[in-house]
Design a protein around this ligand. Structure first.
Ligand SMILES: Cc1ncc(COP(=O)(O)O)c(C=O)c1O
Length: 462
């Protein structure tokens, strides 16, 4: 596939920083030497982690003297040990060389042992076709990956396909590029393939610019809580092949579904190399650790890597070193057990909020029980737009939920509300319903100033 067709001119003009390329090999050798010295990885494993130029560098005499690198001397850092205790009673410590490596610059792609561990994880979790032609880059959460991927593909005025409604983190990235959002209506199974195909056919007939990418959030969708079923995933993928566009699957809730079986990811269906998959540790390990990873065709990953080089150089090394140790201690099975545990945790909350919504909203609103993720999407009857209801009445009543309009293109009117069941106590979940029930929330006197002030905050919060 010719990936340059999908890339913007800006993305194609990106060049690596010479010093970074130099330090990339040196940083890699430094980390590997530290890890090898601490018997974290064996010499043979060590070599497997190297890129071709690094392998050449690795074969240089061990007595090589380098005055080239721009890395600080870690002996000057105030930290001597970082210990982490886990809820299962186990613990680990970063000290000596391992801590030194965790506090240093690393290659943009990520902390090498973590990159390798994630490659193995991805292979096992998704068995992606064309594995040899794909690569991985560690990013600072899905949002970072999302913005880097979109900015590689969306140039000024370019069209992008998005489900309607959709995660607002997309719009904040592409709005400055004046991108054209082509919204595809959804039913309970996600974007409707017939409408997607018809939209594309019409654009082709009328000679409109064709989209090069579709944004998808396939599992536990934010804000609707649906899971796109396998047959529909296959159909959307077929259409992507037919009309030659990439699929950006932002899938932070992949392991947070409430079905019996794990969904089959778009990556696992990708026989042509057109899926860019985003994983995030935010919802399942910690959002503050700011880690996620992108899996895609190697040329697309290389393009994103160059962008990262020009922004924050790499995702935080300390977070990556901690994540690597966790993966090493738990292994694939341990991580899956953790995912099962949090699925049970959120499923219980999902059941409670659904029961409360059924109790309080009967006759007032409609909703489907979320099948994954954090959100209940409530469609209020007899009202066209919930924006003012939430932004004014909700705020003064002390109940904050997200108005549906925040998830629509240009915040157009929407009769839905997004309620999160992730953090509120069961008592807190009950209150909004009671208030909703007890007042006539359809008729409101609205202060336009208040609404305008809150608008921006909601769009940014996502
Ligand atoms: C669909 C979706 N994508 C991306 C993100 C951002 O996640 P991260 O913390 O990994 O950047 C979120 C967070 O709410 C989300 O719901």
């Amino acid at each position: 596939m010719d990936y340059s067709y999908f890339m913007t001119d800006v993305a194609k003009r990106r060049r690596p920083a010479t010093t970074r390329e130099l330090s990339k090999q040196q940083a890699l050798l430094f980390i590997l030497a530290q890890l090898e010295r601490n018997a974290i990885i064996s010499n043979e494993q060590n070599k497997d982690l190297l890129t071709v130029p690094a392998k050449i560098a690795y074969s240089a005499p061990k007595s090589i003297i380098s005055l080239a690198e721009g890395m600080p001397n870690e002996e000057t850092f105030p930290f001597t040990e970082i210990s982490v205790k886990l809820y299962d009673g186990s613990s680990f410590t970063l000290d000596d060389g391992e801590l030194g490596a965790a506090l240093q610059y690393i290659p943009t792609q990520g902390y090498p042992p973590l990159v390798q561990a994630l490659r193995e994880f991805q292979r096992r979790a998704h068995a992606p076709p064309l594995w040899e032609s794909r690569d991985i880059v560690v990013v600072s959460g899905s949002q970072d990956g999302l913005s880097k991927a979109l900015e590689a593909i969306i140039g000024t005025g370019d069209p992008i396909l998005v489900p309607d409604p959709f995660y607002p983190g997309v719009e904040v990235v592409i709005a400055p590029h004046k991108a054209e959002l082509i919204t595809i209506p959804q039913d309970d199974d996600g974007p409707i393939p017939e409408i997607l195909r018809e939209t594309l056919r019409n654009r082709e007939v009328f000679g409109a610019k064709m989209p090069k990418i579709m944004y998808i959030n396939a599992t536990g969708t934010n804000p609707t809580g649906i899971i796109i079923p396998l047959e529909r995933r296959k159909e959307i993928y077929r259409i992507a092949c037919e009309y030659n566009f990439l699929l950006l699957d932002d899938d932070p809730y992949h392991f947070m579904h409430f079905d019996k079986e794990d969904p089959k990811s778009f990556l696992s269906l990708d026989t042509e190399g057109r899926v860019i998959r985003l994983d995030s540790f935010s919802k399942v390990i910690s959002s503050g650790i700011r880690l996620g990873f992108m899996t895609a065709a190697a040329p697309l990953i290389a393009c994103v890597e160059l962008h990262l080089q020009s922004s924050h150089l790499h995702a935080p090394t300390l977070s990556q070193a901690i994540m690597y140790k966790l993966l090493k201690i738990w292994g694939y099975e341990g991580l899956m057990q953790h995912y099962t545990r949090i699925r049970c945790f959120y499923k219980q909350r999902r059941d409670v909020i659904s029961a409360l919504a059924r109790k309080h909203l009967n006759g007032l609103a409609d909703f489907s029980v979320p099948r994954g993720g954090f959100f209940l999407w409530i469609k209020v009857r007899g009202i066209e737009n919930t924006w003012k209801m939430i932004m004014q009445r909700g705020v003064t009543e002390g109940v904050i939920m997200a108005p549906g309009g925040a998830f629509m293109r240009d915040s157009k009117s929407c009769n839905a509300i997004r309620a999160s069941f992730a953090k509120a106590s069961y008592q807190e979940m009950d209150l909004p319903g009671l208030k909703f029930r007890s007042k006539s929330c359809h008729v409101l006197a609205v202060s336009p100033e208040l609404t305008a002030k809150k608008d921006q905050a909601y769009r940014l919060a996502g």
